[in-house]
Design a protein around this ligand. Structure first.
Ligand SMILES: *[C@@H]1O[C@H](CO)[C@@H](O)[C@H](O)[C@H]1NC(C)=O
Ligand SMILES: *[C@@H]1O[C@H](CO)[C@@H](O)[C@H](O)[C@H]1NC(C)=O
Ligand SMILES: *[C@@H]1O[C@H](CO)[C@@H](O)[C@H](O)[C@H]1NC(C)=O
Ligand SMILES: *[C@@H]1O[C@H](CO)[C@@H](O)[C@H](O)[C@H]1NC(C)=O
Ligand SMILES: *[C@@H]1O[C@H](CO)[C@@H](O)[C@H](O)[C@H]1NC(C)=O
Ligand SMILES: *[C@@H]1O[C@H](CO)[C@@H](O)[C@H](O)[C@H]1NC(C)=O
Ligand SMILES: *[C@@H]1O[C@H](CO)[C@@H](O)[C@H](O)[C@H]1NC(C)=O
Length: 638
């Protein structure tokens, strides 16, 4: 019962507050809270953001009419120049009692502006500067009302893995934005065992010709999976040229990072059409009724702001983030209020444009804390800047189809890739299975998953030298008399072909037979191997023995078979012929010891007999006595 009147009132308010009034800085008695907005107003993102920001101020104060503060926005166009953006920031800080800066749009612009913000303690809130090199650790007054680019790298890596691609080529623009993601992306890919054979750097000023040259270079390579991380203008050019070069055909796979995927709706339909088949990773925005009604009003306002543009649905996630950012800032402004006494005057020093004269904002720390602590449910989802950037949420995987896109699945930190968004984070087994995603329509209207590599058009064939062995089980070559093509068979060839199959990329090869009159002698094997050194072959396959002097010319693989040949080692012959061989069981010392004990025993026995008065042992020393002693030593022991 209570709902209807409130809804009507809200509508009435919206009708009353006509677009344009929001920028009327003289309305009401509210304190003016000056905010600088630095955007590249000529760009798509800039235009979308501008409309969102204006609409947000309008909506916010329509709902919060009795607020004592009011945001007053000062738009400045950075014209895609870092210097213009910096001078706009200085000018705004000099001329107005600026409490906060929204933007700048580009990561490279944010570097300097956040430094100024750091000195003057003016919070800089950017919802588009995503380069991970900008951190709030070194820039305490820099707040990122979005995620940094490194948040998405794991989703891209798991996507590549899910489709079973082993190699990808990175295509990025040579700007702070383009380079920022690189180390994170490469290490995420490496963790997934994906190799990056080539990185294609495109200068931001690239013309069609330069782009085309680079694309032709990419075409000669084997890899057919490309990850694109570029601004929307450059991406549009890239895909237009890729279409011309035939790289939007069957067999190719393209993935764009969220920079472009986020604003895919806003792109010109002619661009979306050439991008058919591309996969994209982007932030997930939960659907809601507020969002639907908002987009209607937004579209109307966008058309008023840009009357000469065709009325496509241009509202993108960037626009939603811009809208929420203003709500967060307006709430924080009300909480903190306008600083009163300390420095009303110093700001009016008009003549100085040098940063030494910039005044430190007394409210800065309080305002920063208020922005960061303010958690609410915005139109783009949960808005929580506790870490001075939004929390990692869920990424949506999209496939560009026709003039729009289809949802392929989701990626979240907890559950990885999945077809359905699972709020509990629970997931059935097989996290990297591609079956868990909706089918994709790949470039060239193909439904077959690209295998990720192709035999390059201009690629060289591997020249494999083969040689009929006198053991044909190992290797045997034939030449087809009609086509003149050499083929080979045997164990060595099977092993070689199996190794080729296991390579993660395509390798084409041809067999070249080594023909000599006598194929059996070792000499011809030496010559055969020498052909590799002479670069007539890239590789030689056969039952080749690993020999020291051959290894001076070529490298051998690990031996793949046992030769069956035993080793015969010459043995010292004198060992067998020696007549004293029977002495070997005991050492010399032992022999002497034994002999001495032998004599000792005999002597002792003889002595005992002698003392007992044995007749036989009495008498002079003679051979007989020695014989008796010997006799004793043998028999007396028992
Ligand atoms: C701003 O508000 C004042 C007073 O409410 C009004 O006279 C003026 O026309 C408004 N200006 C614009 C541009 O709407
Ligand atoms: C604005 O009005 C609402 C009720 O409509 C009240 O709860 C709130 O405290 C008021 N705020 C201010 C700043 O007066
Ligand atoms: C930013 O300001 C803080 C103190 O406010 C300082 O410690 C830090 O070095 C500054 N950073 C830069 C990059 O100027
Ligand atoms: C970027 O985002 C990720 C995930 O939210 C976070 O772990 C990381 O610290 C961020 N890096 C920077 C430089 O802000
Ligand atoms: C600004 O500069 C002009 C001339 O360059 C000078 O006349 C004027 O006094 C200066 N104003 C201030 C506030 O310094
Ligand atoms: C086959 O190759 C031999 C020499 O390698 C050449 O003389 C002959 O003309 C070739 N035949 C065909 C049909 O190409
Ligand atoms: C290796 O040594 C043998 C003789 O032991 C010789 O006939 C052969 O030519 C040598 N091979 C090479 C590649 O030098």
């Amino acid at each position: 019962m209570e709902r209807t009147p409130r809804a009507i009132l809200f509508l009435l308010l919206l009708l009353l507050v006509d677009p344009g009034v929001a920028q009327n800085t003289t309305t009401g008695k509210a304190d003016e809270f000056h905010v600088g907005v630095i955007l590249d107003l000529g760009s798509l993102v800039g235009k979308v953001s501008r409309t969102s920001i204006s609409l947000a101020v309008e909506d916010f104060y329509a709902v919060h009419q009795n607020y004592s503060t009011k945001l007053v926005l000062h738009f400045r166009d950075s014209m895609a120049s870092d210097v213009k953006a910096a001078s706009a920031a200085i000018e705004l800080l000099d001329n107005y009692k600026l409490q906060a800066i929204i933007g700048p749009q580009k990561s490279s612009e944010a570097v300097f502006i956040s430094k100024i913000g750091n000195i003057t303690k003016v919070p800089t809130v950017s919802f588009t500067a995503t380069s991970p090199s900008l951190t709030s650790d070194t820039m305490p007054y820099f707040v990122r009302a979005t995620l940094n680019d490194s948040a998405q790298v794991n989703s891209i890596a798991s996507l590549v893995k899910a489709y079973g691609w082993r190699e990808v080529v990175l295509v990025y623009e040579n700007t702070d934005y383009g380079r920022g993601i690189l180390p994170y992306l490469i290490s995420a890919l490496q963790e997934s065992d994906v190799h990056v054979p080539y990185q294609s750097v495109i200068p931001p000023s690239a013309t069609s010709e330069i782009m085309m040259q680079e694309l032709y270079k990419l075409m000669t390579m084997q890899t057919r999976v490309f990850i694109v991380h570029m601004s929307s203008t450059m991406t549009s050019l890239l895909f237009k040229k890729a279409k011309e070069a035939g790289m939007m055909d069957k067999g190719f796979a393209w993935i764009t990072t969220n920079g472009v995927a986020n604003i895919i709706d806003s792109l010109n339909p002619s661009v979306t059409e050439v991008m058919n088949g591309v996969l994209g990773v982007r932030y997930h925005v939960p659907k809601s009724k507020e969002l639907d009604s908002f987009s209607i009003r937004w579209n109307r306002m966008y058309q008023q702001d840009n009357p000469d543009e065709s009325p496509f649905n241009k509202l993108s996630i960037v626009g939603l983030r811009a809208y929420d950012t203003i709500w967060a800032l307006a709430q924080a402004a009300e909480k903190v209020g306008i600083s009163s006494a300390p420095n009303k005057q110093p700001w009016s020093i008009k003549n100085s444009t040098c940063s030494e004269s910039m005044v430190i904002s007394p409210n800065g720390p309080k305002l920063l804390a208020a922005i960061v602590q303010n958690k609410f449910r915005g139109i783009s989802g949960d808005f929580d800047l506790t870490d001075k950037q939004l929390k990692v949420s869920v990424f949506q995987i999209i496939n560009v189809v026709g003039r729009g896109w289809r949802e392929i699945g989701f990626w979240s930190v907890k559950s990885g890739l999945s077809r359905q968004l699972n709020q509990n984070g629970l997931k059935t087994a097989g996290s990297a299975s591609m079956l868990d995603l909706n089918p994709v329509i790949w470039p060239g209207e193909s439904t077959e998953i690209p295998r990720g590599w192709e035999i390059p058009i201009s690629g060289k064939k591997l020249r494999v030298g083969v040689h009929t062995s006198n053991c044909p089980e190992f290797i045997k070559t034939f030449r087809d008399p009609v086509t003149n093509v050499t083929s080979a068979s045997g164990l060595s060839v099977d092993i070689f072909e199996e190794a080729i199959k296991r390579l993660p990329f395509a390798l084409t090869y041809e067999y070249l037979a080594f023909d000599t009159a006598d194929t059996a002698t070792t000499g011809s094997y030496n010559d055969f191997i020498y052909q590799v050194y002479l670069q007539k072959y890239d590789i030689a396959v056969g039952d080749i023995t690993v020999r020291y002097n051959r290894s001076l010319y070529v490298d051998f693989t690990v031996p793949y078979t046992e030769s069956g040949v035993g080793m015969i080692v010459p043995v010292k012959e004198n060992m067998i012929k020696n007549m004293w061989i029977f002495l070997k069981p005991l050492s010399t010392g032992m022999w002497f010891g034994s002999i001495i004990f032998f004599i000792y025993t005999g002597v002792v026995a003889w002595l005992l007999e002698y003392l007992n008065g044995n007749q036989h042992v009495h008498g002079p020393f003679s051979l007989k006595q020695v014989g008796i002693t010997m006799f004793f030593s043998i028999f007396e022991e028992s």
